[in-house]
Design a protein around this ligand. Sequence first.
Ligand code: FAD
Length: 418
Amino acid sequence: MSCAGVSRSCARASRRCSPGRTVERMPRADGFDADVAVIGLGAVGSSAAWRLAARGLDVIGFEQFEPGHPWGGSTGQTRLFRVACLEHPGLTPIARRARDLWRELEASARVPLFLETGGIMIGPPDSHLITGTLAAAAAHHLPVERLNAEGIARRSPANARIDAGDVGVWDPEAGILRPEAAIVAAVDAARAAGARIRTGVRVVAIEPDDEGVTVTVDDPDAAGLRVRQVAVTAGPWIGRFVPDMPLTPHRVVMTWFRARAGHRADLGVLPVFIRSVPGHDTWIWGHGASDASGSSEFASFDAKVGPEFDGPFASDDPDAIDRVVHPGETDEIAALVAATFPDLEPEPSGATTCIMMHTPDGQFVVGPTAHPRVFVGGGCSGHSFKHASALGELVAQAVAGEEPFTEAGFLDPRRFAG
Ligand SMILES: Cc1cc2nc3c(=O)[nH]c(=O)nc-3n(C[C@H](O)[C@H](O)[C@H](O)COP(=O)(O)OP(=O)(O)OC[C@H]3O[C@@H](n4cnc5c(N)ncnc54)[C@H](O)[C@@H]3O)c2cc1C
C-alpha cells in the first residue's frame, strides 16, 4: 500500500518555501488596502475571491500554502457531486448553481473539473440515506429513479451485493469533481477578475472595528493591512478567527482500491455511490476507477471507498493532526469493502489523511457573523465540496449586501449563537 501521508514539518516546510510571501501595502485614498480580504483560498475561499472580484470589488486573497495543496479539507483527487442532497433539501439549488459555476471554471481554465456519472444511493427504505434523498428529489421534482434489487444491479453491477429489503435511488445528475484542479482554476479566475492573490502567507489575526478590519499576516515586513470587510474561509482553521463557531476538526483516512484480476470496478459499473454495507449497521461512499470508463482525459484514479465513521482524532487544532497513515488503520474499511464489493481487492492501493470539519447540525456556516464586517464560508461537515463554488457565491452576496440566490437561512453562522 502506498502512503501519501506527510508530517507536520513537511507542511511547515512547504509554507516556508512558497514563493510570493511578500505582502506590499497598497493603501488607497480612503486609507484602506482593499475592500475585502479573503482568508484561506481552499474550496470555498477560492470561489469567494473569484465571485467577489467578478462583482468589481477590490479583493486581496491570502493562502498560507499553495492553491490545491494537500493540508486542508480538499485533497484526494475526487469529490462526490449529488443534486438529490440527502443532508437537506435546501442544498439542491445550491448544488445546481455550483455545477453551473464549475462548468464556467472548466471553460475558463480549459481543464475538465466535473464528470457526470450518475449516482446510486442504496439502503433500507426507512434509512435517512433513502428518505433524505427522496425528500430532496420530491422538493425539487428531480428525475430520480427508485430501484429494486434488479434495478440496482442494472444501474451499477458492482453494487449488486445488497441486504434483502434494501432499495436504491438513482440520481442521474450525480458525478465527481476534481478538488485540487478546481481550486487552482478558481484562484486563477479570481486573479483574472482583478483579485490580488498572496500565497504562502498566513494571516495571524483579524481585528474588526466600526470602520473596517485590521489584518495581520506572518510577513514581518507587512504592517497591519486595513480592509473594509473580511471573508473567513479558512476551512479547518476558521475557529482561529471566529472562535464562537462550533466547528470540530476530525482526521479522516481516505482509501483507494483496485479491481481483482479479471474483474471490473470502473465508473461504468461503479458510478458514484453511498450505500449500506451488507450485514453491517453502517454505510460507505465512493466511486469506481477511471480506467475503461472513457474518462481518462478527466483524471486517472483507482476506485475510492470511504467510511461513514471518522478517524479517532478530534481536536481543536488542525495543525496537530497526524498526517501519517499507520499500519492497521485501514483494516476496518478493508473489511467493509470485502463485505460489499466482490470485484475489488480488499487491500487498499493507496491511503492518505484529510481534515473533515463537523458542525453540530451537519450543515455549513455561510454568511454574516455577530460582527457586521466579518463573514464566514465553510463548515465542511463532509459534504461541502460539491457546493463550494456556490458557497463562494453566497459569501460574495453576503459581503456585497445582495439577496442570496436561494434561501440559505439554514446555513446562517449566527444560528449557533447562545
Ligand atoms: C475525506 C473527505 C471526503 C469528502 N468527500 C466529499 C464529497 O465526496 N463530496 C463533497 O461535496 N464534499 C466532501 N468532503 C467535504 C469537502 O471536501 C470539504 O468540506 C471542503 O473541501 C472544505 O473546503 P473549505 O474551503 O471549507 O476548506 P479548505 O479547502 O481546507 O480551505 C481552507 C483554506 O484556508 C487556508 N488557511 C487556513 N488558515 C489560513 C490562514 N491563517 N492564512 C491563510 N490561509 C489559511 C488553508 O490553507 C486552506 O487552503 C469531504 C471531506 C473529506 C475530509
